[in-house]
Design a protein around this ligand. Sequence first.
Ligand SMILES: Nc1ncnc2c1ncn2[C@@H]1O[C@H](COP(=O)(O)OP(=O)(O)O)[C@@H](O)[C@H]1O
Ligand SMILES: [Mg+2]
Length: 214
Amino acid sequence: MIEIIVNAPKGGVGKTTISTNIALYLKNANVKVKAIDLAQGELLTSELNDQNFSSQDIITCELGSISKKGVIKPFGVNKKEIVIDRKKELEFIVVDTDDYVDVLTDLLKTNDREIYVVVPIISGKYELKRIPKDMEQVLKSLLLQSKTNVKIFFLLNKINSKEEEKKCRDALKDRALDSYILDAKVTYHKNLICTDNSILNSQIEKILQEMEII
Ligand SMILES: Nc1ncnc2c1ncn2[C@@H]1O[C@H](COP(=O)(O)OP(=O)(O)O)[C@@H](O)[C@H]1O
Ligand SMILES: [Mg+2]
């Protein structure tokens, strides 16, 4: 089982958009995939429902986090923990998260699964300040703990021009994070659902190929 987690310490960068489309891409490729929605507003859940994603394959736990051994822990008392079904035939889980890095802190404790973290970044001034700074800390602690089961990739999103792309790359380079940037990027799209033969679909495919997931 491969777990793909989309997380960034900033809202509006495309976490829900990217996680929704990765889940859809995999489902359309006839791969067994479960989507986990840990973000406020349950947008991944409603979008995937609209796209006829089987409700059995969506786990919704607003503001939850995934702990060691794959248990989803909701915040607040009296809420039940959810244990991720780890049946062999399940090949992927795709997780949408909120704008905090606690989710990644939980992941750092885990050794028993392969985890791919996708961190979307856009060329806004505030995003370019905040994301590299916070992710530098996360990556340092991964390195310190010699974590080999967690791989992190920055994904340039909503890229309209070479200039915007360069801004993102430079901001990450300034913190020596450039080796984690994916070449594959997501451009600005009016229609944000990947369908067969759409440009978005081929961009998602390239991302998964570059991460060596497919
Ligand atoms: N590649 C893109 N092109 C155009 N709009 C995008 C793109 N990615 C995200 N958006 C839009 O940006 C806004 C924030 O995206 P969202 O996925 O909800 O971010 P997050 O989950 O990080 O808060 C949404 O309105 C979404 O439709
Ligand atoms: Mg979101």
